[in-house]
Design a protein around this ligand. Structure first.
Ligand code: OAD
Length: 238
């Protein structure tokens, strides 16, 4: 299968924007109303856990109102139909990729629908609010759960697997991310140095746009299905 090619796809908030999930840095983005240091750092959580729980509880609850869009669905179709490996690495903490059907998926910044117990270190699926101090399902202690979100200053998840996949991929595609947050913003250079073709799909040029071989600018809901149709059609002609 080596000649078929492995694909690594990185997604960010822009892929979920057309589903109605707010991005971070656009006009009207989450970081306009909230200070990163208050709601997205371990220090902020230590200072005011109630505020941090309110922020993530509201975002978890909002997931009930949204559904996957055409971009999520096209990426799930690519995984199903592409003869090589497709790994989806998302910075998003929503669950729209898995609801669309993607399975080879890494949530490098954690998940809204997961809770992490600071007492026993267990992680568990979580749908309800954390702000009312529920008990950990593993160790039964109350008030020890935190959102299973990677905050600034913490290490993103499964980085060894991600770097191994970047080193082995033939194409790297970045979708709906501003390229403002490392290490994800550096993936394009890792993949390119190891020989991958690189493509950016984003509403506007990202901060790292110059690192990509190709770029398509516009709405993910239109551009991603078109790109998936295109590469699956090329594959069928081989
Ligand atoms: P940003 O909000 O920084 O960037 C979203 C990007 O998506 C912008 O460049 C938009 O132009 C683009 N965009 C918006 N709507 C789009 C659409 N319909 N189609 C295509 N592109 C669209 O979000 P991220 O890059 O994901 O981390 O942010 C990275 C990380 O910063 C997040 O994971 C989060 C945040 O702080 C943590 O919380 C740890």
């Amino acid at each position: 299968m080596a000649d078929i090619g492995n694909i690594v796809i990185l997604t960010g908030a822009g892929v979920s924007a057309e589903s109605g999930v707010r991005t971070f840095r656009d006009n009207g983005g989450l970081w306009e109303d909230h200070r990163i240091e208050d709601v997205a750092t371990p220090e902020g959580f230590a200072r005011d856990p109630a505020l941090v729980h309110r922020f993530y509880d509201a975002r978890r609850a909002a997931l009930r109102e949204v559904t996957p869009n055409a971009a999520h669905k096209a990426l799930a179709r690519l995984e199903r139909e592409w003869p090589g490996q497709v790994l989806l690495v998302t910075q998003n903490v929503d669950d729209l990729h898995e609801r669309a059907g993607s399975t080879n998926l890494i949530h490098m910044h954690g998940e809204l629908k997961s809770a992490w117990c600071r007492a026993c270190d267990a992680r568990m699926k979580w749908d309800e609010d954390l702000g009312d101090h529920p008990a950990c399902r593993a160790c039964t202690m109350a008030g020890t759960l935190r959102p299973d979100i990677v905050w600034f200053g913490e290490m993103p998840y499964r980085m060894d697997e991600i770097y191994a996949a970047l080193a082995a991929c033939d194409r790297f595609v970045s979708i709906g991310t501003s390229g403002a947050v490392y290490p994800a913003a550096g993936f394009v250079r890792q993949a390119r140095e190891m020989g991958a073709q690189t493509l950016e799909i984003n509403m506007e040029p990202s901060e790292g746009s110059l690192w990509f071989h190709d770029a398509r600018h516009g709405a993910a809901g239109e551009l991603v299905p078109a790109w998936v149709d295109e590469i699956l059609a090329t594959e069928q002609r081989r």
